[in-house]
Design a protein around this ligand. Structure first.
Ligand code: HEC
Ligand code: HEC
Length: 335
């Protein structure tokens, strides 16, 4: 990594001096790309399982995702905490989320964008699939607070449009309007929430996709150790790690994955979050404690790598991370 780092630093100095950045960056870009592709990758074209999702199922899932009647007092839909409309980042940008009756839960809402690529769902990975996950919030008293599966089905059956839409989405079933099928449809919709950003373009060979500052940030990201954990196409989402490996994290109220596995070694262990669309999803961490990307990155380096980042490293890293926003959603991040 050192060679790449020095080559890049050299290239940047020379290019600034000679005012021919394009030519010199091209060589550096391809070296960086080779390094990056050892641990990172472009986002795949399809999410696992999407091949079985029919348009009718996706359409129903979308309607259900936005359906406020899925909450006890008709005030809240999935989209309330995971806003995907208006090119938003699949979150509510709150530290923790108020439920249908206003009471806040203990964890920050992670984005639903690309979630179907994760090894499992939730900060602690307690739901194996999108379908398992979708069944939770509707009945959670702190979220949508419906009293029972039967009550949900009764409410949906009262809507003519859902009776027809479930039939279309599950044509071979005699009683298609079930809680399982509700979850299947929502999962089908979520599998369409795949993003595409300039880093994907860069990895696929476009030398002009990233700016010099973003490339320098990528170099730092690769050489400093972030990719010990943030790897793969999502730069995360594929492993569990302790928060506070080299320096302890001060908020110890959430014990993380130990609650799921009951294994001591899982205390303070969380799913490594994806860094795709990270500029859209502030505030950060499972408890929503970090307000800006800058403080989050500095905190990460200190807790996980025992390193105090310089101002330059911080701005390079955040420049790179800001290039990971879905192209059509990136306009929101710029505001
Ligand atoms: C009141 C706010 C709220 C509502 C409503 C809500 N969620 Fe969530 N969602 C959260 C929070 C908070 C978490 C993280 C909880 C945890 O990890 O323990 C989460 C986690 C998730 C995840 C996991 C993402 C990941 O990276 O692990 C998915 C997927 C998801 N929600 C989808 C949905 C769907 C689908 C609905 C509607 C059926 C929904 N949510 C309704 C707040 C909400
Ligand atoms: C040893 C593993 C590890 C290393 C190394 C690591 N991270 Fe993380 N990162 C995590 C985990 C685990 C979390 C989730 C923290 C939590 O539970 O609140 C996280 C969270 C984050 C978040 C916030 C994500 C969100 O959605 O809230 C960002 C941004 C981040 N890391 C960036 C970086 C950067 C940049 C580096 C390199 C300086 C880095 N990380 C190094 C494991 C790691």
């Amino acid at each position: 990594m050192m060679t790449i780092n020095m080559t890049l630093a050299h290239a940047l100095t020379v290019s600034a001096f000679l005012l021919v950045p394009a030519a010199i960056n091209a060589a550096t870009s391809s070296e960086l790309r080779t390094g990056a592709l050892k641990v990172l990758a472009p986002i795949p074209d399809k999410m696992p399982g999407a091949e079985n999702d029919t348009p009718a199922r996706v359409k129903l899932g979308r309607d259900l995702f936005f359906e406020k009647k899925l909450s006890a007092n008709n005030t809240q839909s999935c989209n309330s905490c995971h806003a995907v409309d208006q090119n938003r980042g699949g979150v509510d940008n709150e530290p923790t989320s108020p439920g249908a009756f206003g009471k806040r839960g203990g964890r920050n809402s992670p984005t639903v964008l690309n979630a179907g690529f994760h090894i499992a769902q939730f900060w602690d990975g307690r739901a194996k699939t999108l379908e398992d996950q979708a069944k939770g919030p509707v009945l959670n008293p702190g979220e949508m607070a419906m009293p029972s599966e039967a009550a949900v089905i009764e409410k949906l059956k009262a809507e003519k449009k859902y009776v027809g839409a479930f039939k279309k989405a599950f044509p071979s079933e005699s009683d298609p309007l079930t809680y399982d099928n509700f979850a299947k449809a929502v999962g089908a919709f979520e599998r369409t929430l795949r993003t595409h950003d300039r880093f994907d373009d860069f990895l696929k060979g476009d030398d002009k996709a990233l700016t010099a500052a973003e490339l320098k940030g990528l170099d730092t990201f690769l050489s400093i150790g972030c990719t010990t954990c943030h790897t793969g196409p999502l730069l995360g989402g594929n492993d569990y790690k302790k928060l506070g490996i080299l320096n302890a994290y001060e908020n110890t109220s959430d014990k993380g994955r130990i609650e799921v596995t009951k294994e001591d070694y899982d205390e303070f262990v969380f799913k490594v979050p994806s860094l795709r669309n990270i500029a859209l999803t502030a505030p950060y961490f499972h408890d929503g404690s970090q307000k800006t990307l800058e403080e989050t990155v500095q905190k990460m380096a200190w807790l996980q790598l025992g390193k105090r980042l310089s101002a330059e490293e911080t701005s390079d890293l955040t420049a790179f991370l800001r290039a990971l926003s879905d192209k059509k959603r990136a306009v929101v991040a710029a505001k």
